[in-house]
Design a protein around this ligand. Structure first.
Ligand SMILES: *Cc1c(COP(=O)(O)O)cnc(C)c1O
Length: 399
């Protein structure tokens, strides 16, 4: 099976199986067709019918009033934070939240807001911790204004909230006058795994950001959802940040196509991630395998093994994976990874356990051997210290 995926005759189109992130997908022929036949106009003038259709479709799906199409999930999150807060306010989020770790300090840069980090269970915070973190009204303290949840949680290895957990946090926010934002970059993965849907959680949030460019398979784009008034103000901030696009309908068409066609299939990604997790279970170089809840598989590299060497060893065999910090590796399934690819990767994962090269700890030698195959240089921090997920100091994979 593993030779099948790599035989040049069968697949010169994809010599490499890229499991670094679900952002690496390329549009399918049907998605491209939808993009090329899109009706477009100048969206800064509000004239693009396809952008309008996407915004309305997404808003309606979540039972929210309005939507705003943006170039990235970073922008939709940052706009939401900006609209909900004043400089000097405080927001509450998980200690490993994307808005805090991976958006370039945007909370401070764009909004002059400080984050208060709450302890998390694989990226999920609790209503109790939110209650404890709210500052009392006193001019010494920043005003606690906003709570941000992430579902699924990226750094949490794709963990998702239960509906009850979200509801409990939403009730605290309502009772205490806090705004509630969802970083739903992978919220559709949560929907297919958890059994609640967009119209269940939409009413619980003041704003929701959804990425179209992750598991849904679009080349570009995120949608921000909220009330009409919120979106009116978000529209202004998008312009200020330089995110007003002209004939953006070509991109929005991909989003519409994805929302209508690529949601149900996320189940396949989850099933394939399960298989990768099962293949890793018990391998000598795996000291800890995080639960595989959706499409993300994270494991810690056992002492005596070197994460960087393993990554290079996989790369030399056409399998790209990413690092989440020292000694922590990640595999993500997506639209461009099929069952045969997963079969091949499972074999390679097992082969690595017996490979002297992967075990050698001689990074130079393995890197040299892999140099021919190497096309991209990923910054690697693997040091084989068997770090647990909580011990991560630096990360190079953020998507
Ligand atoms: C990818 C991601 C984002 C940001 O998306 P970009 O489009 O890459 O800016 C935000 N939050 C989470 C949890 C993500 O995984």
């Amino acid at each position: 099976m593993m030779t099948g995926a790599r035989e040049p005759t069968q697949s010169s189109r994809r010599a490499v199986i890229d499991l670094r992130s679900d952002t690496v997908t390329k549009p399918t022929a049907k998605m491209l067709q939808a993009m090329m036949s899109a009706e477009v106009g100048d969206d800064v003038w509000g004239d693009d019918p396809t952008v309008n259709a996407l915004q309305e479709y997404a808003a309606q799906l979540f039972g929210m009033e309005a939507g705003l199409f943006c170039p990235s999930g970073t922008m939709t999150n940052q706009i939401a934070i900006k609209v909900h807060t004043q400089p000097g306010d405080e927001l509450l989020c998980a200690d490993n939240a994307h808005i805090y770790l991976y958006e370039g300090g945007g909370i401070a840069f764009n909004s002059g807001v400080q984050p208060k980090l709450l302890p998390s269970n694989r990226g999920r915070i609790t209503a109790d911790h939110v209650v404890q973190a709210i500052n009392m009204e006193d001019s010494h303290f920043p005003t606690t204004r906003l709570v941000c949840l992430e579902n699924t949680a990226n750094k949490g290895g794709g963990a998702y909230y239960s509906f009850e957990e979200i509801k409990a946090i939403a009730e605290v926010c309502r009772a205490r006058g806090l705004r509630l934002h969802l970083d739903g970059a992978r919220v559709f993965n949560a929907f297919v795994a958890a059994g609640y849907g967009p119209s269940d959680i939409g009413p619980l949030f003041d704003s929701i950001s959804v990425c179209l460019s992750k598991g849904l398979g679009c080349p570009v784009g995120s949608v921000l959802l909220g009330s009409k008034d919120f979106i009116r103000r978000a529209h202004r901030i998008r312009k200020v940040l330089g995110g007003g696009m002209r004939q953006a309908g070509f991109l929005a068409a991909a989003g519409l196509y994805a929302l209508m066609n690529n949601v149900g299939r996320l189940r396949d990604d989850h099933e394939r991630a399960q298989r990768l997790g099962a293949a890793l279970e018990g391998l000598p170089y795996v000291s800890y395998l995080a639960p595989v809840d959706t499409n993300i598989v994270i494991f810690s590299v056992a002492p005596g093994w070197d994460a960087k060497v393993l990554m290079e060893w996989f790369k030399a065999r056409g399998v790209l994976i990413s690092t989440m910090g020292p000694g922590v590796l990640r595999l993500v399934t997506h639209l461009d990874v099929g069952d045969q690819d997963v079969d091949a990767v499972c074999e390679i994962l097992k082969e690595a356990a017996a490979a002297p090269a992967a075990e050698s700890n001689d990074v130079e030698a393995v890197v040299a051997a892999a140099a021919a195959a190497a096309t991209t240089t990923t910054k690697m921090n693997g040091n084989g210290d068997g770090a647990r997920l909580g011990d991560v100091e630096r990360e190079s994979a953020e998507e």
